[in-house]
Design a protein around this ligand. Structure first.
Ligand SMILES: [Zn+2]
Length: 269
């Protein structure tokens, strides 16, 4: 944060607190007469606010956002190679690189789930017809029925562990998520489903990312996708991930998030 942007940042933090009960821990400021810039930029504060505003927009406004999230503290921290991390009431972004609007919504999606004891992702798993079974997953891998190695994914086309149950968690996703890999599980599924819902065909900061997550399955095998720059057998994976007529609103995940936001689902206590 530049010293010249200090008043702007102070106002922005006060707004985030007042509107969304979001506390950003400032790592910039005056340090004994010397300006300490910290790791945040003015652009990142704007990006954070815009992404939160998109979430509030589908949650029925600021009150809906505060009700679902219950207050969140946001900080920058050394979190290894992750771009972001989330727990109940706490979201962290990496000090090593910047974050995207997608990452903000993804991490706040986790915080929303966490604020409900991670029951929202369990509800998604059930709603979409998925289940988690590490033994069945191991069996599938041992029998060489998986698109991964036995104990890890392989960094080559057709071996990233994208098929149902071919991941570390033993997560057999139901219906069609927008993607999957070795790290996929119901919690990641929920966060990605929230971001997909908010971005899909709405012309906002998430929309290009959401669109490219789906259109990569129209690529030929062994082509590099323009979003993650990964070479994979996209045509082969279309049957797992590409929605009916390329329309993500036809998926059970889109419907789940829509039902959840419209109060049509009973969240178990
Ligand atoms: Zn995540």
């Amino acid at each position: 944060m530049e010293q010249a942007d200090y008043p702007y940042a102070r106002t922005k933090l006060a707004q985030l607190k007042a509107d969304y009960q979001v506390d950003v821990l400032a790592d910039w400021g005056d340090d004994g007469g010397n300006w300490s810039p910290g790791s945040w930029t003015k652009a990142e504060l704007d990006r954070l606010e815009n992404a939160i505003c998109l979430m509030a927009g589908v949650m029925g406004g600021n009150e809906g956002f505060v009700r679902n999230l219950g207050g969140v503290t946001v900080r920058k921290a050394d979190i290894g190679h992750h771009a972001g991390e989330a727990l109940s009431h706490r979201v962290s972004f990496s000090t090593k690189r910047t974050f995207s609007a997608w990452t903000v919504v993804h991490e706040f999606g986790h915080a929303w789930d966490a604020n409900h004891g991670w029951r929202l992702s369990r509800l998604l798993e059930k709603y979409t017809g998925g289940f988690t079974s590490p033994p069945l997953s191991l069996l599938k891998r041992l029998l060489r029925l998986s698109d991964s190695g036995v104990f890890n994914s392989e960094k080559k086309p057709g071996r990233y562990g994208r098929r149902a149950g071919c991941n570390q968690a033993g997560y057999f996703y139901g219906d069609r998520p927008s993607g999957s890999n070795w790290n996929f599980n119901r919690v990641e599924d929920f966060a990605e489903s929230v971001a997909m819902y908010i971005g899909w065909e709405r012309g906002n900061d998430l929309s290009d990312h959401a669109h490219k997550r789906i259109t990569r399955y129209q690529l030929q095998n062994l082509v590099e996708d323009p979003l993650f720059h990964v070479i994979d057998n996209w045509t082969d994976y279309a049957s797992c991930f590409y929605p009916e007529n390329g329309d993500y609103t036809k998926t059970k995940r889109w419907q789940f998030v829509d039902d959840l936001l419209n109060g049509k689902l009973k969240i178990p206590g």
